[in-house]
Write a new protein. Structure first.
Lengths: 84, 407
């Protein structure tokens, strides 16, 4: 179950956050990936930079799995270059 | 009777090499590590002594390295080597009895500058939440505590270019007072950023030999014109001698004495009369319970600035008289690593005691006639050395001196 936004999230986690590619899945939580609250804020900044959507601090606090994250980004109209 | 302090582990990440052996061989070679620095392009003084092959992503993992400024990365790699060298096992030690005291002059200057650019170009809402934990200088001791379960007293000393030596002195006090059995000590610095090097340049503290970087750091030479900035980390494991003996540890050397003082003279210029430096030296000798004649070698502060080397040599002559022991400045090879300098030079002092070799001072082609000292140059000088003194002096007028002896 792939999507342009999911692929972009995965790329960010692997390239920018140094997460091992095989650890990334839709079900994985940020805590599974050993990312803490400071990383989450960084992730929100990176998402804004790369996909042009703003995740508020309140929204970031609620994020659990990557699936939640991808859905939130898609709802907000995340734009991924080369994506559908 | 004072507590004997054993040095049971060393770790070095310096421009002369990564690891104790590589650094020591690099320093013995007498070849300067200074080179053009692409990260300083556009800055008038675009040379430095970097740890060229150091890659935090490979050595610490990309995930961990991303959250660590380079000064912490260097310090952690040196700490891993030092702890492995000591034979101590952080998995089983009583962490409450293990302290960490590390010197650092600047903290995460590179992170600070990069995030300041983000602030100006993208605004405050893009500034990284990791800026503060990456910037603050005490974080190197914090990360060492986290990685090695060291729950004892934990701090960073900031006395500019004396920071690494001050750290060894504070560590010694924690051992003498009985607060700790083991202290992970030393210094780290990674401030080779455009802003800080531009600023050192504006002070006229740096060598201007940008077209011949390998000849730029030349302590005690008549044609010296400033220091070459460096990055480095040096970690020494200090341990109560009884603690080391009880576990059958190999003792590399002993920390016999420490002396500290302030010039109380000027923010950056050394006191030409060297009163503060003399006080630090005589205090360290008295603390070590040795006479000047007992000292077999001095690893000088020897930055390669006209003022420092002249002032330091005068004080050495005053304290040691006509029989001053052979002096070297390893900064000819390594450059000046600021807050790490005292730690890496104390480590070189330990290695001199162990191997009976005094490293040469690089680039000493024509000794300044004002410097009336036996400066080792050309090749290492071999022969038993029983006691080594290592000097450090910092902007702010802070002076620190350690006296080391064989086991």
């Amino acid at each position: 179950m792939s999507s342009a936004v999911y692929d972009k999230v995965k790329e960010l986690l692997v390239e920018k956050f140094g997460v091992a590619e095989e650890e990334v899945s839709r079900e994985a939580t940020f805590s599974d990936l050993d990312l803490d609250s400071l990383d989450l804020v960084e992730f929100a900044l990176a998402a804004e930079e790369e996909m042009g959507v703003r995740i508020s601090d309140e929204e970031a606090e609620q994020l659990d799995t990557l699936d939640d994250t991808v859905k939130l980004l898609e709802e907000k109209g995340a734009a991924v270059e080369g994506g559908a | 009777m004072t507590t004997d302090i054993a040095i049971t582990g060393l770790g070095l990440v310096t421009p002369a090499g990564i690891g104790v052996d590589a650094s020591w061989q690099g320093v013995l070679s007498g070849r300067s590590a200074a080179a053009k620095d692409p990260n300083l392009a556009g800055i008038p003084i675009d040379i430095s002594c970097r740890v060229a092959d150091f890659d935090g992503n490979t050595m610490l993992g990309r995930k961990a390295a991303r959250r660590l400024d380079r000064f912490v990365q260097l310090g952690l790699v040196a700490a891993r080597e030092a702890i492995a060298d000591s034979g101590l096992d952080p998995e089983t030690w009583d962490g409450a009895r293990v302290g960490a005291v590390i010197g650092c002059g600047m903290g995460g200057a590179g992170t600070w500058e990069a995030q300041h650019t983000v602030l100006l170009e993208k605004g405050p809402e893009r500034v990284s939440p990791l800026l503060i934990p990456m910037l603050i200088p005490n974080m190197v001791a914090g990360h060492i505590a986290i990685e090695f379960h060291a729950n004892g007293p934990n701090l960073v000393t900031a006395t500019a270019c004396t920071s690494g030596t001050t750290a060894l002195g504070v560590a010694r006090d924690l051992l003498r007072s009985g607060a700790c059995d083991v202290v992970i000590s030393g210094g780290t610095e990674a401030g080779l950023t455009p802003l800080s090097i531009a600023a050192f340049g504006q002070m006229h503290a740096l060598s201007g030999r940008v077209d011949d970087p390998a000849a730029a750091s030349r302590p005690f030479d008549a044609d010296r014109d400033g220091f070459v900035a460096a990055e480095a980390a040096g970690i020494l494991i200090l341990e109560r001698a009884e603690h080391a003996a009880a576990r059958g540890a190999t003792v590399r050397a002993r920390l016999l004495g420490y002396g500290a003082s302030a010039d109380a003279h000027h923010i950056t210029a050394p006191d030409p009369d060297g009163v503060g430096v003399g006080l630090a030296i005589t205090t360290a000798l008295a603390d070590a319970d040795v006479t000047p004649a007992d000292v077999g070698h001095i690893n000088a502060h020897g930055t390669s600035t006209p003022l420092n080397d002249a002032a330091e040599s005068k004080v050495i002559r005053r304290v040691f008289g006509d029989d001053a022991p052979p002096v070297t400045s390893t900064k000819g090879v390594t450059g000046h690593s600021l807050g790490a300098a005292g730690a890496i030079e104390a480590a070189f002092g330990v290695l001199t005691l162990q191997h009976g070799r005094i490293p040469p001072t690089a680039n000493l082609d024509k000794q300044d006639p004002e410097i009336d000292l036996d400066v080792v140059h050309g090749a290492p000088r071999d022969g038993d050395v029983d006691v080594v003194m290592s000097n450090s002096f910092g902007f702010g007028g802070q002076n620190g001196v350690v006296v080391l002896a064989g086991p």
